[in-house]
Design a protein around this ligand. Sequence first.
Ligand code: CS2
Length: 483
Amino acid sequence: MQLSNATLAQLPASVEAPGYPRAQVEAGIVHLGLGAFHRAHQAMYTDRLLATGERNWGIVGAGVVSADIKAALAPQDGLYVLAERGAGREKLRVIGSIVEVLGGPEDAETLLARMSATSTRIVSLTVTEKGYFLDPGSDRLRIEDAAIAADLAHPEAPKTAPGLIVEALKRRRAAAIPPFTVLSCDNLPHNGRLAKAAVLSFAAELDSGLAAWIEANVSFPCTMVDRITPATTDADRARLLDATGVDDAWPVLTEEFCQWVIEDRFTLGRPDWDKAGAIFSDEIEAWENMKLQCLNGAHSCLAYLGQITGRATVAEAMTVPLITSILDQLWQEIREVLKAPQGVDTAAYVESLKQRFANPSLAHRTAQIASDGSQKLPQRLLAPLRERIKKGLDSPAIATALAAWMHYVVKIAHTPDGALVDPLAATILAQAGRSPVVEETVENLLAIESLFGADLASSLEFRFAVIAKYRQLAMNPDVSTAV
Ligand code: CS2
């Protein structure tokens, strides 16, 4: 039975259906980036809110990069199964908050029309770190990137998130429609500020008057987003079909835990997401740093150590004493320089992370987390490292995590046809493969300034610490990929 509005009434009792009349829901949000994370997080919060009687905040969702998501979800009327999995438990529910699905570039005109409509009051986005096209070190828009260059050459037919947002805002300004709020839900520090930087830089390349209008009128609240959501596999699809009899082309598997902290700065109103469990807070930076460093910093460390010791999933990596002892030390280093949100006990937070990482029901692949390291390491590990350097503290665990990343990229550089998933892959692989000498390899990788910044690239003390950890890892019998 194919999932759709028509078959909702026939869902088995084991699957919870949206408990509200979907036909009455009006769209107030356009969302860019319909990956698994958005569908486990913002769409789930919105679904929960619609179930309380809210009718004005349905979501028009658009896959920005490709049309795959439309091919999967449009025939299902935007519906999909969300499987929330704890140790030995699973809750299945159908999420109904995405009321229209648009695809990739071929739907750009419809998408722009939706973004420009008066009824659209929020444009939110989950386009991942690289979807902002900013240099991780400096937050400069990479106008030389082919996708951005193409959008600047044809701004009326944009394909990137900054290009789409600027064109829609331009149309609203021309039609005297007040601008929407831009809500970044990507896992980036001060994600609202980064969204603003990308949008303003893009607009400034085209029209300084438009850029000034955006700067004066558009709000870009920051958010902290959290829910571990591995990419869906064919095996997951088959298992869910078996268990429920419901055929869903793109279900989402996630954990039970979910958190969303939002800065309350919306110019055209907003859903009461707090009624669905989100938190509105003016302490957003503290929330973001705690999450990005304690959770994501540890995730990256686990991913690279897992990859170089042959552990395919996070739960598997969590069973290796070498890895968990490094992780404990890493958390200590991070917590020593962390300013936590008021009332939050970071020791308890870290304990809860251990449980979440060890969840055996989520096959969260270390290879997935290891991707895009250049976009992730600065906010996850280099930020606490810089705080520690300022205080004169050394950071053996952070150095180990970075050395693990180096082993990982060096291995790929020496593998024929080895592919690194990272927007800076060409530079990283060139630097990783230049020398057979450990000292030089570390030095060459640290010299990537857009990743490490001039400060870390030129710090001898830091370089020696990473070299020592690189050697130490290479000597460990668990590390099979050392060169
Ligand atoms: C992960 C995140 O893939 C990654 O880089 O660290 O996607 C992580 O699972 C989420 O941020 C959890 O909220």
